[in-house]
Write a protein that binds this ligand. Structure first.
Ligand code: PMV
Length: 361
């Protein structure tokens, strides 16, 4: 597969107008993507749990227009016009136009909402960009109805990647791999693929309670952070480590070895933040309460022997991960001991999910 596979031939249908709606989830990486080449090609492979409850719901209304000089679209968040979202979408349209040559032929209304609170510090770019990519693919499918489902998903993921790298892991569930690794035959830098090997029962319905430590805007965007991996003193070793962790993860997922799983994902989370702290310029996205929570998790794990663990994304919030069969005791601990470290006591209960869903045709 190359980019060329996604450049379409002539369309068989003409469509005047319509509306499609998709809901698409967020995802949380276990092996992290941090560092990229041109066109959001990752420096190393990553793997994520698709989430179930943190979602973006996007409707795309389209009608054919005469003048094809410009892109024409309006964006609404929770029913309110959002002109400040337009530059990001304009950039996205420019990047994907070669793969969706109809973009200048339609006037679009993009209406979007998130199931998680706005300004929760949870990035909506993965769910938002994947939902938009899926809506555009639905229009494309109306123009070319004989498109196989596998191609639909691959191209939706490919387009979402061009919007925001990790968004390509938000099309399907439940474990998604993005980035070429020798461990997984079908893996590619171009789009996310379902993890193809055996996954132990221990990981079914794996729980993710997201502790909202800091809901503010990040001081350093992930685009800037990724770029700081160029000429980073530890970059080469870090990228190699991600490859090695893939090799290690495969037997862990197969055997259900939770101790080894915890060690691997916590190391990945701390390595991600270590890369930030050792960039030039350096930065820290964790907050004092992030560390309080991590220490409490470690203490509780040592005292109880339960399989509670954490991961982090590019921010201060903590994703507390644990198996379903230990959920009641661990959730009690979270409520009693960890929620106090969340901003306004806010947290979100989520779990591994099955991927995006089309809501209307
Ligand atoms: O997709 P981006 O460019 O926002 O980068 C996301 C990077 C991490 O969330 C930190 C890691 C990952 O693999 O999702």
């Amino acid at each position: 597969m190359t980019e060329q596979n996604f450049i379409p031939k002539a369309y068989s249908n003409t469509i005047e107008s319509g509306k499609v709606t998709w809901e698409s989830p967020s995802n949380i990486a276990l092996i992290k993507y941090w560092g990229k080449k041109k066109d959001q090609i990752p420096e190393n492979p990553s793997i994520s749990f698709t989430l179930n409850n943190c979602k973006t719901i996007t409707s795309l209304t389209f009608s054919k227009k005469e003048n094809t000089t410009n892109f024409e679209f309006e964006v609404y968040l929770d029913g309110e016009k959002k002109d400040d979202f337009k530059p990001k979408i304009e950039t996205f349209f420019n990047r994907v136009e070669v793969y969706l040559p109809f973009l200048r032929n339609y006037k679009f209304k993009i209406e979007t909402k998130n199931t998680f609170p706005h300004s929760s510090g949870i990035a909506s770019s993965a769910s938002g960009m994947s939902a938009l990519a899926l809506c555009l693919m639905s229009l494309k499918r109306q123009l070319n109805p004989d498109m196989p489902d596998a191609y639909f998903n691959q191209k939706a993921s490919f387009l979402a990647r061009l919007g925001s790298g990790s968004a390509c892991r938000s099309i399907e569930g439940d474990l998604i791999v993005w980035g070429r690794t020798g461990v997984i035959e079908e893996s590619t830098d171009l789009f996310g693929v379902k993890y193809p090997y055996k996954v132990h029962e221990n990981f079914k319905e794996y729980q993710d309670t997201i502790l909202l430590v800091d809901k503010g805007e990040k001081q350093v965007s992930s685009t800037v952070g990724h770029n700081l991996m160029h000429n980073h003193p530890y970059a080469k070793n870090r990228f190699q480590q991600a490859h090695d962790n893939f090799k290690a993860l495969k037997p862990i997922l197969e055997s259900g070895n939770l101790e080894a799983f915890i060690q691997l994902i916590e190391s990945e989370a701390l390595t991600l933040h270590a890369m930030m702290m050792t960039s030039m310029p350096y930065f820290i996205l964790m907050k004092p309460n992030t560390l309080e929570i991590i220490n409490k998790i470690w203490k509780f794990r040592q005292e109880t022997g339960l399989h509670i663990s954490f991961t982090l994304d590019a921010g201060a919030n903590v994703h507390v991960l644990y198996p379903k069969n230990e959920a009641s005791v661990i959730l009690e601990f979270i409520k009693n001991e960890l929620v106090a470290y969340c901003q306004n006591g806010h947290y979100i209960c989520d779990q591994i999910g099955m991927g995006a869903k089309q809501l209307t045709m």
